[in-house]
Design a binder for this molecule. Structure first.
Ligand code: ZN
Length: 488
């Protein structure tokens, strides 16, 4: 019988299985058979009208069903069916005439000796790398190996965009930063490290968030754009700015043990990110790496693939990942490749594009302030409780039910079990909130307050009235109440 591979992000709705055996002779029947076994998958895959959501792609072997017979695409027992949801989580750059390429100094010749003796690079290729400029959006998990390897390879100019500060929890994967850099701006730390790896590289620092107002001015200065972002707003922004300016966009994304990589380059006839995923998933439906975690080594693997693609584009050598989506499963240690087609109806790179300038990406991705609507300041105060206030009430002996909506692995790092806390992960909250008593006073919490605000909304919709959200989550509790508690 046919099997459908379940991506990591959706396995929690399929009893943690990596593949589900289904019945049927078409995709429609196979998906129906799957959701009959795991009803929780229904709302993640289909909209209210039963239509497959646009951020979920289904492949039979390496073909997208959108370019086959959609739902009616026939399947047989030996077919390999995959569900590929978008995950959050980075040919031919401008060719320059050989005489316009910069020369290499004696020191550079010694440094790049192993490149210079390769027929695919040689003196001309190394001079192309020196002439090239690459924009790295993000200096985090993907940006770390990208920055280090591209600098070492001799890219002449690297633009770095980041506004974050190095946190201890970054060091598990962001190898461009060190323990001594905790608390420093990432861009400073990355610049110092790259300067040590290769002082010949010119570094342009942009200590800012890439936004619609500044993206085109920054992107236009570079030959190749590399997307090392971890949120959908910046991902669509990087894609749109690259397409509008005709630049190749080297894409990578990571989640737990799964990675994706591709090269989006409509100017060279390939598809863009919007051809693959016309719309982002609604906020909260796809967990971020901060919520779901990521194997520390995975961004190393995907980032190095992106760096390889960027160097190939600049050299004009080999076959780029244009029109191909590379999927990597670290648990199985398997690579898989899917064909990506340019969508003629793509609003950005299709035949009749409707997007001709950058848009409001927060709005496009449905990002709104997490707090529920509040009319007055008193009401604003009452939906949240600070850790200090909660501790004072618990110390007084008030009976309060504390509900932790994080994942079990986060619970193992720190929890409020001493105060009788109950764990109901947000993904199970809709199904399990009936375990709670609406007569009790309830405080919901997560790591920082975002997920618990969603749990608050679910309880409110279910008619609960005596609920509060722990402001700042368990991290704020560690800061305000219990300094001995581990932070992550
Ligand atoms: Zn497109």
């Amino acid at each position: 019988m046919p099997k459908i591979a379940i991506p990591t992000a959706l396995r929690r709705y399929a009893n943690e299985q990596a593949a589900v055996t289904v019945e049927g002779t078409t995709i429609k029947e196979a998906l129906a058979s799957m959701t009959a076994q795991f009803p929780d998958l229904q709302k993640h895959l289909f909209d209210g009208e039963g239509k497959l959501r646009s951020f979920v792609n289904v492949y039979v072997n390496d073909e997208d069903i959108r370019y086959q017979q959609q739902d009616d695409t026939p399947i047989s027992d030996n077919d390999d069916i995959s569900i590929i949801p978008s995950i959050a989580g980075g040919s031919g750059a401008e060719s320059r005439a050989a005489d316009a390429l910069p020369d290499l100094s004696k020191d550079e010749i010694a440094r790049y000796a192993r490149h210079l003796i390769m027929p695919e690079v040689g003196m001309e290729g190394q001079r192309k790398l020196k002439a090239a400029s690459i924009l790295l959006i993000g200096t985090g998990g993907l940006g770390s190996p990208l920055g280090l390897y591209l600098a070492a390879a001799g890219i002449g100019r690297l633009g770095l965009v980041d506004f974050d500060v190095v946190d201890k929890s970054n060091l598990q994967r962001q190898i461009i930063h060190g323990t001594k850099d905790v608390g420093r701006p990432k861009i400073q730390s990355a610049k110092d490290r790259i300067g040590d790896v290769n002082p010949h590289v010119q570094i342009d620092s942009y200590e800012l968030a890439l936004r619609s107002e500044n993206a085109l001015d920054i992107v236009k200065e570079y030959d190749v754009i590399i997307d090392g972002t971890d949120n959908f707003q910046t991902r669509y922004l990087a894609n749109d700015a690259s397409v509008l300016l005709g630049k190749p966009n080297v894409y990578g994304s990571i989640f737990r043990f799964d990675g994706q990589a591709s090269v989006f380059h409509p100017a060279a006839g390939g598809p863009c990110y919007r051809c693959l995923y016309p719309e982002p998933p609604p906020p909260g439906l796809v967990p971020s790496c901060a919520e779901g975690g990521v194997l520390g080594i995975l961004p190393g693997i995907i980032g190095v693939i992106q760096a390889t693609e960027a160097v190939k584009l600049i050299l004009g050598e080999g076959e780029p990942l244009i029109g191909r989506l590379l999927l990597f499963d670290a648990l199985k240690m398997k690579f898989k490749e899917l064909k990506l087609r340019k969508n003629p109806d793509c609003p950005l790179c299709g035949t009749n594009p409707t997007i001709k300038e950058l848009i409001d990406y927060d709005q496009f991705c449905g990002i709104t302030p997490p707090a529920p609507e509040v009319k007055t300041e008193a009401a604003a105060d009452s939906w949240e409780i600070t850790p200090t206030q909660l501790k004072a009430r618990l110390d007084k002996g008030d009976k309060i039910t504390i509900v932790d909506v994080r994942e079990i692995n986060e619970w193992h790092i720190s929890n409020l079990e001493d105060y009788g806390s109950t764990l109901i992960p947000l993904g199970e909250f809709q199904a399990r909130h009936s375990e709670l008593n609406p007569d009790d006073e309830i405080v919901v919490h997560c790591k920082m307050g975002g997920r618990s605000a969603k749990a608050y909304g679910i309880l409110k919709n279910a008619g609960f009235t005596k609920i509060q959200n722990l402001k700042g989550g368990i991290l704020a509790w560690a800061d305000e109440v219990d300094n001995s508690m581990a932070k992550y």
